[in-house]
Write a protein that binds this ligand. Structure first.
Ligand code: NAP
Length: 525
């Protein structure tokens, strides 16, 4: 199976880049799978086509019709799912479980937003409930209306979710009435490319509504105008460049940043070996050291446990990851595949070196000792690695370094709020989880950590195994985090439409406001 040279879908047709391009690599073997290049692809023309063709087509559709469009995309993807699993294995080193998180996560998110469209019905605008009287006599009031922004949604994605990362953005954008120009990360663009190719071939998307740029996307940032929105997911370095881009500063398109994050989990002071919540934390920590080879932005990077539980929890995690099979994800016995390329493997090794002054190795710590298939030299394997830091209150690298691979650090805390205080040292993260049966402590901890995190997961015995897990982003919940996590927000049900819609106060007579409300869906965004 070969990717060939990926093309971009812009201005209503597939276009090849003019240069040789960058290689797409199988991270299990180091083999080249194809090339990706968008040299010469006119990003400004792509945006122009989306604005002049896709935008009016979408804005003429009701929310329900847009929901139907999302459903149509989801059905095409579901029908072709098996081919996507193969691509995810070859180009991203995904096991079947990893591929499902990305592929089924994307399809599921599209379906959730298709359902929102159906509920919003035959309107094209949303009116917030309630109006306020502004004059002594009740003839002048104000209400708030949400309308689709007259621009394009440019979606720049990270390499670790070529499916979910693209579709979760497209779902919100299209439902809000805004055409999408998606730019997947070059290294893993094959899956995004195949999915869009299938969707376009099926004819379920009107012209100009969905464009795809496979390659570097030169000129994309300069083509952004004041009513466009740029939704970015990726590294803090690229985010910094975007924040400082002259055109973005000058023309002020909306910018949403989902960047890296040093997420934490906390074992409650009440939890003891043998308690279900204790085992559930161990289970989540093991997932963090295996699922998608640790390449999830929400992954647990720091594990805080009461000081007297440090040895026990460390041993329990190490015992489970120690015997884990790492190698070729084509082998059914393999639990964890490689990172997505040699550069990411080296970045993980560099990250481990950065943490070495503050930590000791509990298990792993470099390349795996043995592989179940795959090429040890040309592949990009990293052993599941648990580090331990004895003095997290005096350390800084453990709170600042995101090793984007199967690496977490376990650390002790003292007192009842020690874990929460240490979790806050991440400087703003996407997700934090808490494992406890003490509801009062959990509520107090949730309130304390919430301002530092976009999502707080509390697992007690009532929730048990029913939790969707620390790292999984549910479309019902907001995704994004403050501070170093980028300060952005995506998804969260209808809240995900905010970014693509304008809220305006409308001042006028009660009659006018009632008329606007009649022609709008009523919802809280
Ligand atoms: P990256 O190197 O920053 O790349 C992200 C995207 O930005 C890629 O599509 C890349 O394109 C593009 N890009 C880079 N320079 C650009 C430019 N000048 N103009 C336009 N696009 C440009 O990040 P990554 O290595 O793919 O992703 C890993 C990071 O993403 C990790 O730190 C992880 O924590 C973070 N992440 C965060 C979330 C979240 O939701 N918060 C989710 C997933 C990952 P090319 O690939 O073509 O260079």
């Amino acid at each position: 199976m070969s990717a060939g040279k990926l093309e971009s879908f812009v201005e209503g047709r597939w276009q090849a880049g003019s240069a040789e391009g960058r290689p797409l690599v199988n991270p299990t073997t180091g083999e080249e799978l194809g090339r990706v290049d968008a040299s010469g692809v006119d990003c400004a023309a792509a945006m122009g086509h989306a604005r002049t063709t896709g935008l009016p087509a979408l804005q003429a559709m009701t929310f329900a019709e847009r929901g139907g469009l999302l459903r149509g995309i989801a059905d095409v993807l579901a029908a072709n799912r098996d081919a996507y699993v193969d691509i995810a294995r070859l180009n991203s080193g995904n096991t079947a479980v990893d591929a499902s998180i990305d592929i089924d996560g994307g399809i599921g998110t599209l379906k959730v937003y298709a359902g929102h469209g159906k509920k919003l019905g035959d309107a094209t605008t949303i009116m917030e409930a309630g109006t306020d009287q502004l004059a002594r006599e009740d003839v002048f009031r104000a209400g708030h209306i949400w309308t689709s922004r007259p621009g394009v949604g440019v979606h720049i994605n990270a390499f670790n979710f070529p499916s979910w990362g693209m579709w979760e953005k497209v779902a919100c954008s299209l439902l809000a009435g805004v055409p999408a120009v998606a730019k997947p990360a070059s290294a893993t663009a094959w899956l995004s490319h195949q999915m869009v190719r299938d969707v376009i071939a099926a004819g379920v998307v009107p012209d100009g509504v969905l464009s795809l740029i496979c390659g570097s996307g030169e000129g994309l940032l300069d083509a952004l105008g004041p009513f466009d929105q740029l939704a970015f997911t990726g590294s803090a370095d690229t985010a910094l460049m975007l924040r400082n881009n002259g055109n973005i500063l000058k023309r002020a398109p909306r910018l949403n940043i989902e960047a890296d994050s040093v997420n934490a989990t906390i074992l409650g002071p009440d939890a003891k070996p043998g308690d279900p919540v204790y085992d559930l934390l161990v289970r989540e920590a093991v997932k963090a050291l295996s699922v998608k080879a640790g390449q999830l932005c929400t992954n647990i990077r720091r594990i805080f446990v009461p000081a007297d539980q440090l040895a026990g929890v460390s041993e329990a995690i190490a015992a489970k990851v120690g015997g884990m099979s790492v190698g070729d994800p084509a082998n059914e016995s393999v639990r964890m595949g490689p990172l997505i390329n040699k550069a990411q493997q080296q970045a993980a090794f560099d990250g481990l070196a950065a943490l070495s002054a503050e930590t000791t190795i509990v298990t792993g710590g470099g390349a795996p000792d043995a592989l179940d298939g795959g090429d040890a030299d040309r592949g990009a394997f990293v052993a599941p690695t648990l580090l331990s830091c004895a003095e997290p209150g005096a350390a800084w690298a453990v709170h600042e370094t995101e090793v984007f691979g199967p690496v977490s650090t376990i650390m002790p805390y003292e007192g009842t709020d020690g874990g929460a205080s240490l979790a806050a040292c991440g400087g703003g993260s996407l997700a934090v989880s808490v494992f406890t049966n003490d509801t009062d402590w959990a509520a107090q901890t949730a309130r304390f950590v919430a301002p530092y995190h976009g999502r707080v997961l509390v697992v007690d015995e009532e929730v048990g195994k029913n939790s969707t897990g620390h790292s999984i982003v549910m479309p019902q919940c907001v995704h994004g985090g403050p501070g170093r996590a980028g300060g952005g927000e995506e998804l969260g049900g209808l809240r995900g439409l905010r970014f693509y819609m304008q809220r305006s106060a409308v001042q006028g007579s009660p009659t006018l406001l009632a008329s606007l409300a009649d022609g709008s869906a009523e919802a809280t965004l």
